[in-house]
Design a protein around this ligand. Structure first.
Ligand SMILES: Nc1ncnc2c1ncn2[C@@H]1O[C@H](COP(=O)(O)OP(=O)(O)O)[C@@H](O)[C@H]1O
Ligand SMILES: [Mg+2]
Length: 204
């Protein structure tokens, strides 16, 4: 469970992007956040992730679960090949449960199995985004925050990756909060769709 209690988001106290936001995200659901460009979707995800402090109010996350964020400007480690771009997650998190076979498996599921020795500069934008998606899914986080995770993909690949995210969601029973600008994508993937402005009206 993730609870927003009367939070204000933004970067300057005197000019918050949005104020008085209340909402409770339940476990094991997929939430879609829609809203015009610049309305604060990324800022909200960053605030939930703890990367930006709320200007007011608190974000409570049950059981000390740490959200894993897939950024809008998806991250690749340029000095590591694709396989090690996945394995770095294990080096950081040190769960001891994730191994090279799992990494190869997830690379295959995003269609990069033949590219494991390539470096990010040898990949297209869409392939880099799929690499970042693979790293996110590899660590099986219980809470995933995804900021326009499929924005660089062609239509067919986008549908395949939507299906992969849905399948992984059913397998791992995670909670996903995803920002998308596609109403169609939100309708297909999300249990609950929220326009950013709606957080003010919700009082759960
Ligand atoms: N690091 C930052 N410092 C100051 N202002 C920022 C920063 N990041 C974003 N903003 C501003 O905050 C507003 C919301 O941005 P953002 O959350 O990225 O919107 P969205 O993801 O909905 O397009 C924009 O006006 C943007 O210019
Ligand atoms: Mg954004």
């Amino acid at each position: 469970m993730i609870k927003l209690s009367n939070i204000s988001i933004g970067y300057k106290k005197e000019s918050p992007i949005s104020t008085g936001m209340n909402y409770t995200f339940e476990d094991n659901k997929i939430y879609g956040i829609l809203g015009a460009s610049g309305c604060g979707k990324t800022t909200l995800l960053r605030t939930i992730a703890g990367l930006t402090q709320p200007l007011e109010g608190v974000v409570t996350i049950a059981d000390d679960k740490k959200p894993y964020m897939m950024h809008q400007k998806y991250t690749c480690f340029d000095w590591l090949n694709c396989l090690n771009n996945i394995m770095i997650a294990e080096k950081v998190l040190k769960t001891g449960k994730l191994n090279v076979e799992d990494a190869r498996n997830i690379l295959a599921r995003v269609g990069l199995e033949e590219h494991e020795k390539k470096y990010p500069h040898q990949l297209s934008g869409g392939q880099k985004q799929r690499l970042a998606l693979a790293r996110t899914l590899f660590v099986k986080p219980s809470i995933i925050l995804m900021d326009e995770p499929l924005s660089a993909l062609d239509e067919l690949t986008r549908i395949q990756m939507q299906d992969l995210i849905l399948k992984t969601h059913r397998e791992t029973k995670n909670t996903i909060i995803m920002v998308t600008h596609s109403r169609e994508e939100a309708d297909k993937m999300c249990d609950v769709i929220i326009e950013l402005e709606q957080f003010k009206r919700e009082d759960k």
